[in-house]
Design a protein around this ligand. Structure first.
Ligand SMILES: [Ca+2]
Length: 468
């Protein structure tokens, strides 16, 4: 039955054999985009992409931290919970299954990565993340590039601020910054220049390509050229939802990553004016990232490649901007786990209509296999999103699993269940205005236990996230 449905869908999807794939990763981007309902955000290029494809408004990542989330995306499987997940996989010398780029490479694709795609920009380890003998994803990329430019090395680029400032200690850096200058005053500028150069080189090859480019902003510290802040100078921002620290045992935390950059010693929880400044600078970083997306897609069009290229835009996880009294990621609340996913191609029907189907990052690998006419390897743990590309009202499957440290969560179309290692449960009803601010596990123990069982059953079907 599944094979019949798949053949029907593929017949309805007239993509020529082995289209190119342009994969755009954006670091720490919550769905703070106009096309995802954030009307105060200036994001014209990503909005345009969504209008030519399918936006997944309920896409959930597997983990609210860069390395573990990218592991799940790039391997198509649930995995470890730490940032060094891909390095551990590489060091284990037990890589049985190919990564997404390795699989495409085995099947005739040129594979190139620029910027932050795996956890380390450029995909190498060592003190400055530039040691060619320590590859994060062996056998995966023809080229895994990161032009450090004035930031000296990939580690410097990763946390760089204007004009070559690199991180020595986070406490000595600006939490946010908007210096005058062009796009190349901040780290994404030269990386996107390299992406454009690689696109033009790939266009000359007589084989399909998988080009993955990783945009760094809006990752901390929030630095972007001053022109992007001007969009927000006098713009009203909506109130922060669910501002209170949740009661009881939860995955709440004290915003450690954010606070360590905060050399001004200000606290957005107690200082509403500062909180608004932080939100405006995050927004400026989103607009800077959006402008980079615009440059890449324009070059794709200039090269005449748009018609035969599947474009995927993916945020590696969400970010709390004050919701639940958190400024950061690293929780199992909606704000940390929901991120933008857009898939665009001329063959997609009802372009510009989003889907509310619950989907996960591990679904992307099998989707790209099917769009490329390749068999989906049996080890993949996600489901193809072709049904949602064919029909945005499709509600098939409808659950997402995520994990952080020793806690796990299940998102259904109506609820979120979080299970802690000591058995404690959190149950939230998304149909209620209280959402994830009121734990209903004691009020509705039957549903909590049913969802706990579902979570455990789904995990028995799939590999168990390793706890570290
Ligand atoms: Ca990230």
């Amino acid at each position: 039955m599944k094979i019949f449905c798949l053949l029907t869908l593929l017949a309805a999807f007239p993509i020529s054999a082995k289209p190119n794939i342009l994969f755009i990763c954006i670091d720490d981007l919550r769905p703070e985009l106009k096309c995802f309902g954030a009307d105060h955000i200036h994001s014209p290029h990503i909005d345009s992409l969504a209008s030519h494809g399918r936006a997944f408004t309920r896409h959930y990542v597997q983990a609210p931290t860069c390395g573990a989330s990218r592991y799940a995306l790039l391997t198509g499987t649930y995995g470890p919970t730490g940032n060094d997940a891909l390095f551990e996989r590489a060091r284990s010398k037990k890589i049985i299954h190919p990564s997404l780029p390795a699989y495409l490479r085995q099947n005739g694709y040129s594979t190139v990565s620029v910027g932050k795609v795996s956890h380390h920009p450029g995909g190498r380890g060592g003190k400055d993340w530039d040691d060619d003998s320590q590859l994060e994803m062996p056998h995966s990329w023809d080229k895994h590039l990161l032009p450090s430019d004035q930031w000296q090395h990939p580690r410097g680029w990763m946390h760089g601020l204007a004009n070559g400032e690199i991180r020595k200690k986070a406490k000595d850096m600006d939490l946010f910054q908007a210096q005058q200058g062009d796009d190349n005053a901040y780290p994404d500028g030269p990386s996107v220049d390299e992406t454009l150069k690689q696109l033009s080189l790939l266009a000359k090859l007589k084989k399909p390509f998988f080009l993955a480019t990783g945009i760094l902003r809006p990752h901390l510290p929030f630095g972007a050229p001053a022109k992007y802040l001007t969009y927000y100078k006098d713009r009203p921002f909506p109130p922060i939802r669910h501002r209170k620290k949740p009661a009881g045992k939860t995955t709440w935390h004290g915003s450690g990553e954010f606070m360590k950059y905060n050399r001004w010693g200000k606290n957005p929880i107690k200082d509403p004016a500062f909180a608004l400044e932080v939100r405006k600078h995050y927004a400026a970083c989103v607009s800077y990232a959006d402008a980079q997306v615009g440059k890449i897609i324009k070059e794709l069009e200039n090269l005449g490649l748009r018609e035969n290229t599947v474009i995927v835009l993916w945020g590696d996880h969400g970010w709390h901007l004050g919701e639940h009294n958190i400024w950061g990621k690293h929780s199992l609340f909606e704000e940390s786990l929901r991120s933008p996913l857009i898939i665009a191609h001329p063959s997609i029907k009802q372009q510009g209509v989003s889907t509310e189907s619950i989907v996960e990052s591990i679904d992307i690998f099998p989707t790209l296999c099917e769009l490329s006419g390749l068999e989906s390897p049996a080890f993949l743990e996600g489901d193809s999103l072709l049904p949602q590309l064919e029909d945005p009202s499709d509600k098939s499957d409808g659950t997402a699993i995520s994990y952080y440290k020793k806690s796990r969560t299940l998102r259904t179309p109506t609820h979120r269940l979080i299970k802690h290692s000591n058995g404690h449960l959190e149950l939230y009803d998304h149909r209620s205005p209280e959402g994830e601010s009121k734990n209903l596990a004691k009020e509705n123990p039957q549903l909590a236990q049913e969802l706990r069982k579902t979570l455990e059953e789904l995990n028995s079907l799939n590999s168990k996230p390793k706890q570290r």
